[in-house]
Each structure stands twice: as structure tokens, then as C-alpha cells.
Design a binder for this molecule. Structure first.
Ligand code: KG4
Ligand code: ZN
Length: 337
């Protein structure tokens, strides 16, 4: 098979990342994480754009150098068009346009949420592909989506959150119990030593195949307020157990709606995607669900779950196989699915 090299560029939130893929195989992947937001307890959009500006050329340069390729070997460039932070998206899109113009390469704009799902195709044998149809649960900092993947070219959104995303629900809870930003991984670590059945949080009422996390977050807030009135050291004393119990509620709720979706859409494979799929309890219970149901389970390696350019290159590769829409590529912070 002849080579087909795609340069993927990701800058939608707080990771500046570049990758080169040969078809669906990752040749190089370089990601610069922005630590500047830590002291603010959340991503500061203006600081994110500035950090992308200083990181993006070194990151792309390093991805090309470590691939051993020359820019002229590339068959196309793919960049995240949205959704994401407008200033951050602008940095990636403007640079990708310049490179496409200078190197005379085709350019495609990638939907970040499609890219999370298509991370499943990286390094797989696409020829005898038995993954589809797949029901994918995408859980990230900004989105929670149920996606029916008919093929890499046909993705159908069948459910999503009506308010907070799962990642936000975990990050906000972590903040409430005094854990640093980004809270998800810290909550995960605390949960490993805590007792998940110590406290119980009632799960939100079912709403078809959609999610809502705001009630769960509010119930934690009231719970902490009430308990702290009785014992002012309650949070410090029970931090591990609160973390474990709350994370358990989020995981149970994610899987409850997912199982409902599976009843409606019998599929060949179930998949987990997005940054929250790094969560150890979610990964374990999702895998167990697949085993119980006798369905193939796909969870990409961690480096392809959190924001990265390999998934953008992967989604871009599929777009580059199709007729490419002519016209000016404009970033869209609210790009629809
Ligand atoms: O997909 P992602 O890297 O960025 C977005 O597109 O949002 O997801 C980031 C989210 C954050 O909310 C972060 O706390 C969460 O993923 N996360 C985790 C873990 N690692 C990252 N949540 C729970 N457990 C983890 N181990
Ligand atoms: Zn993401």
C-alpha cells in the first residue's frame, strides 16, 4: 500500500498538539500541556490562546522532525475547526491555513467531537474492520455524547447532556472538596483509597437518552454544606470517601443511560472516548459491561483519549479520502455535531 501522510493539528482547548499519521498509523505525536491555568482552577481562554501561540510552531516542528519526513511528503493537513475556545481554535486554524498554502497541501477542518470518536480507528486493522456499528460514549470536559457510529464516515448523535458535561461534573466536585485543577484525575486517585458506598447520591431521573449532571452537583453541594454544619472538618476527614461515593454516582449514571441506549441500538461494539475515559472506575465498569453482554469493547489508549492531534489526523484522514469542500476554513466555537 502506498503511504498516505496526514498532519493533524489540535488547539481547541488547553493542549497544543501535532501528529503525523500514515493512513491510520501514528508516526509521531507531540503534545504541549498548558500548566498556566492551574493556579486559576480552570482554563483561562486568553491565556490558552497565548500559550498556543508560543507552543504551536515548536510542537509541529518537533512532530515533523521525529517522523523523519519532509513537509513535501505530506498528503494533507487536518486541523480542529471546533467546537472549542474561539481564540485557541483561531491559532490552530490560521497556522494550518498558512502551512497548506505554503506547502500546497489539501486542508480539512475536523470536528473535535468526531475526532474523539474516531480515535478508535487509530492503529487498528481497518481492512477487516469488525468495530461497526459501534455505540460510543464520549465523555470529555465540555461534552457528554452518545454516538452511533455506522462507519468512520457516518456518525449519528443519539444523546447528549442538557447541562454540564461529565468532566465538568467531576471537576466541579473535586473543587468543592478542595482538590486541585483539573479535578478529574485527582478525584480518580482519591476514589481508589476511599469507600464508594459510604455516602449515597441519588441519580438523576431518566430523560430519554440525554444526560443532566447539574442536579448531582447541587446535591453534593448541599450535602457538604449540611455535613459541615455538624462537623466543620467533615470534608478533610472524609475527602477520600466523598470522592469515591460521588465518582461512583457519576459512573453509575453514565452507564445507566448508556445501557438504555444499547437496548435501542443493538451494536457490534461499545466504545468509550474523551478525557474522562481515563477514569479507572469508568474503564473497569465499561469493560465489565462489555464482558457481561458479550460485546466487543473498545477503549483507546490514554494518550488518544485526552485531547491530542493523533485523533484529529485520524478524522482528517477519512475526510481527505472524500471530495474536499472548497472555500475558506473558519473556526467555529459551537460547531454542531
Ligand atoms: O477530552 P478532554 O481531554 O478535553 C476536553 O475536550 O474537554 O477531557 C478533559 C476532562 C477533564 O474534565 C478532566 O478532569 C477529565 O477529562 N479527566 C478525568 C481523568 N483524566 C482526565 N476524569 C476522571 N478521571 C480521570 N482519570
Ligand atoms: Zn476533547
Amino acid at each position: 500500500m502506498t503511504d498516505f501522510f496526514t498532519l493533524g493539528i489540535e488547539s481547541s482547548c488547553d493542549e497544543t498538539s501535532a501528529a503525523i499519521l500514515n493512513h491510520n498509523q501514528v508516526v509521531s505525536l507531540v503534545t504541549a500541556t498548558q500548566e498556566v491555568h492551574e493556579k486559576f482552577g480552570g482554563v483561562v481562554p486568553e491565556l490558552a490562546s497565548r500559550a498556543h501561540q508560543s507552543n504551536i510552531i515548536p510542537v509541529i516542528d518537533q512532530a515533523i522532525k521525529s517522523s523523519g519526513l519532509n513537509p513535501h511528503d505530506l498528503n494533507g493537513i487536518a486541523v480542529t475547526q471546533g467546537p472549542g475556545l474561539m481564540g485557541s481554535l483561531h491559532v490552530g486554524v490560521a497556522l494550518a491555513k498558512s502551512l497548506a498554502l505554503a506547502w500546497e497541501k489539501p486542508l480539512v477542518g475536523v470536528n473535535h467531537m468526531h475526532a474523539h470518536v474516531l480515535a478508535h480507528c487509530i492503529d487498528k486493522n481497518l481492512k477487516d474492520n469488525d468495530m461497526f456499528p459501534m455505540l460510543c460514549l464520549t465523555v470529555s470536559g465540555g461534552h457528554t455524547q452518545l454516538v452511533l457510529v455506522h462507519s468512520p464516515f457516518h456518525l449519528e448523535l443519539v444523546g447528549s447532556t442538557i447541562d454540564d458535561a461529565a468532566g465538568e461534573a467531576l471537576d466541579k466536585a473535586a473543587k468543592l472538596i478542595g482538590l486541585p485543577y483539573p479535578g478529574g484525575p485527582h478525584l480518580d486517585a482519591k476514589s481508589k483509597v476511599g469507600d464508594k458506598s459510604k455516602f449515597s447520591f441519588s441519580l438523576p431521573h431518566p430523560m430519554g437518552l440525554n444526560y443532566s449532571f447539574s442536579g448531582l452537583k447541587t446535591s453534593l453541594l448541599y450535602f457538604l454544606r449540611d455535613q459541615s454544619k455538624v462537623n466543620e472538618n467533615f470534608i478533610e476527614e472524609f475527602q477520600d470517601d466523598i470522592a469515591a461515593s460521588y465518582q461512583n454516582a457519576v459512573v453509575k449514571y453514565l452507564l445507566r443511560v448508556f445501557k438504555k441506549a444499547l437496548e435501542k441500538y443493538p451494536v457490534r461494539c461499545i466504545g468509550l472516548a474523551g478525557g474522562v475515559s481515563a477514569n479507572s472506575q469508568l474503564r473497569a465498569e465499561f469493560t465489565q459491561l462489555g464482558t457481561e453482554l458479550g460485546i466487543q469493547t473498545c477503549i483507546p489508549p490514554l494518550s488518544y483519549c485526552t485531547d491530542n492531534a493523533a485523533m484529529v489526523g485520524m478524522a482528517g484522514y477519512f475526510l481527505l479520502q472524500q471530495p474536499i469542500a472548497k472555500g475558506n476554513l473558519i473556526p467555529n466555537a459551537r460547531l454542531p455535531f
